[in-house]
Design a protein around this ligand. Structure first.
Ligand SMILES: Cc1cc2nc3c(=O)[nH]c(=O)nc-3n(C[C@H](O)[C@H](O)[C@H](O)COP(=O)(O)OP(=O)(O)OC[C@H]3O[C@@H](n4cnc5c(N)ncnc54)[C@H](O)[C@@H]3O)c2cc1C
Length: 436
């Protein structure tokens, strides 16, 4: 069976088609108040916040701005905490768990407001997001989560029983689900380019192809070495998440790159799409190697993402694996061809939670653990406010932790090879057994 459409370019993200990339700068200024390293959602949002504080800012990126995760992701736009309240309370204390649950709503409202305030056209649609229960136990946990959300937060969520699931998705695979009503879908590259234009319109230089190769503290200032020369900055903010290199060893030991893969189908008939996903929501599963999927903003394709592997594999291999998983959910798609297959790095922390803080004067926001379309711009702004000494920087995410783990003693996540094998065999086998 043919896998690819005729015009497929394996490796090329669907979201890059038709994007008019904003112009960047070539010359690196000699000095600034705040140097921001990384021009994804975190770095650009940090630039807007610091500009609001009156700082002079320079943003540098090792490659083309946005071509990290911020133009490659699934475009699922929401911010419920990745962990349950009791897990958060056990790890960080009840007060922090309360604060994080409270910020789930405020972060999403803040990010929607950012899009409105900066007039960013990014196909924002309030679709809601359904998390689909892989096992009966997962569905039971979702009922408990809905209750905790009602008690502890302003997040609007409701559960959907298995017998009602057909109104959301045409498949027998799941035991029910929980819908986060306020979550949205966006076009991630348009969102990124909207942020770029907002930054450039303020006269802030964004320098592409400018990797920072070292940062030295000199008294109360910092000197950064880059491929385009040196720059002196009063403050430095690291916004490199899943692309952090061993230049920043403290961070690379705490946040590791975990690849995530997505495919796009060829355009499908409108009635087929309506049949497969009548709820037209963002969709994500509860199983450990979960898949996440959605209809494209123009309503013509299915975009299907997941952990085709926890290590880097070729887009052909990833496409074959993801299409096979997609056809387990929707056997109707067996003959469907794939037009795009790409990957990007998520930045995982060992607590599965992001963190805003500083190490020896170097500020950071990172560790979004696969959920950063809202949290990265939100926490990027928080990190910038903290760097500028502005009270708006206050957040519960300064009380989370970028913990280290014995499995990851260096800066490269070699343990992922063993983890990949473990998840693809033992974990999958156990979860599949429980799902029957
Ligand atoms: C395939 C995929 C699907 C995803 N789907 C979703 C989703 O549906 N919903 C959701 O909420 N989240 C999702 N995410 C996560 C989300 O995309 C990220 O959390 C978010 O984009 C992180 O933004 P960022 O700005 O921190 O990092 P990035 O956008 O990754 O940017 C980091 C930048 O740092 C630069 N950099 C690194 N080192 C240096 C250096 N030394 N000098 C200069 N620059 C440097 C890199 O070049 C890069 O451009 C997904 C991620 C991936 C990969």
């Amino acid at each position: 069976m043919t896998l690819w459409t005729q015009d497929a370019e394996p490796g090329h993200p669907y979201w890059w088609d038709g994007i008019a990339w904003a112009e960047t700068h070539d010359a690196l200024p000699e000095k600034c108040d705040l140097l921001i390293i990384g021009a994804g959602y975190t770095g650009l949002s940090a630039a807007l916040a610091a500009h609001d504080c009156g700082a002079s800012i320079v943003v540098v990126d090792a490659g083309d701005p946005g071509k990290g995760a911020s133009t490659r992701n699934g475009g699922m736009f929401g911010a419920h905490p990745r962990l349950g309240w009791s897990t958060l309370a056990r790890q960080f204390g009840a007060e922090v768990a309360d604060a994080l649950f409270d910020e789930a709503s405020s972060a999403l409202d803040w990010a929607k407001d950012l899009i409105a305030r900066e007039d960013i056209i990014c196909d924002l649609q309030q679709t809601g997001r359904i998390q689909l229960a892989w096992t009966a136990k997962h569905f039971k946990n979702q009922n408990a989560l809905a209750q905790t959300l009602a008690d502890k937060s302003r997040v609007r969520a409701h559960v959907v029983a298995r017998e009602d699931l057909a109104q959301e998705i045409a498949t027998e695979r799941y035991y029910g689900g929980i819908v986060f009503d306020e979550h949205c879908g966006i076009h991630p590259a348009k969102f990124h380019q909207g942020l770029m234009r907002a930054v450039l319109a303020r006269g802030i230089p964004v320098i592409a192809e400018c990797p920072v190769t070292g940062v030295e503290r000199r008294g109360s200032t910092f000197a950064a070495a880059t491929s385009r020369g040196r720059i002196t900055a009063q403050k430095v903010l690291l916004a490199t998440n899943g692309y952090t290199t061993d230049t920043f060893a403290w961070h690379a030991r705490r946040v590791f790159a975990l690849p995530s893969y997505i495919i796009a189908t060829e355009p499908l008939a409108a009635n087929l799409i309506g049949h497969l996903a009548p709820g037209r929501r963002m969709m994500v599963e509860t199983r450990a190697r979960h898949s996440y999927f959605r209809i494209s903003p123009d309503g013509t394709r299915i975009l299907f993402g997941g952990r085709a592997s926890m290590v880097n594999v070729d887009p052909h291999v990833a496409a074959r694996r993801l299409r096979a998983t997609m056809c387990e959910v929707w056997p109707e798609l067996k003959g469907t061809r794939i037009s795009h297959s790409w990957r990007g790095n998520t930045g995982y922390s060992f607590t599965h939670m992001p963190h805003v803080g500083e190490d020896r004067g170097l500020h950071h926001a990172m560790g979004y653990s696969g959920s950063g379309t809202v949290m990265a711009p939100y926490l990027g702004a928080k990190a910038a406010y903290q760097a500028m000494g502005d009270a708006r920087g206050q957040t519960g995410y300064s009380q989370t932790d970028l913990a280290r783990h014995w499995m990851h003693p260096g800066t490269r996540p070699h343990f992922l090879h063993a983890a990949n094998l473990w998840y693809r065999t033992a974990v999958d086998w156990t979860e599949n057994l429980k799902s029957r």
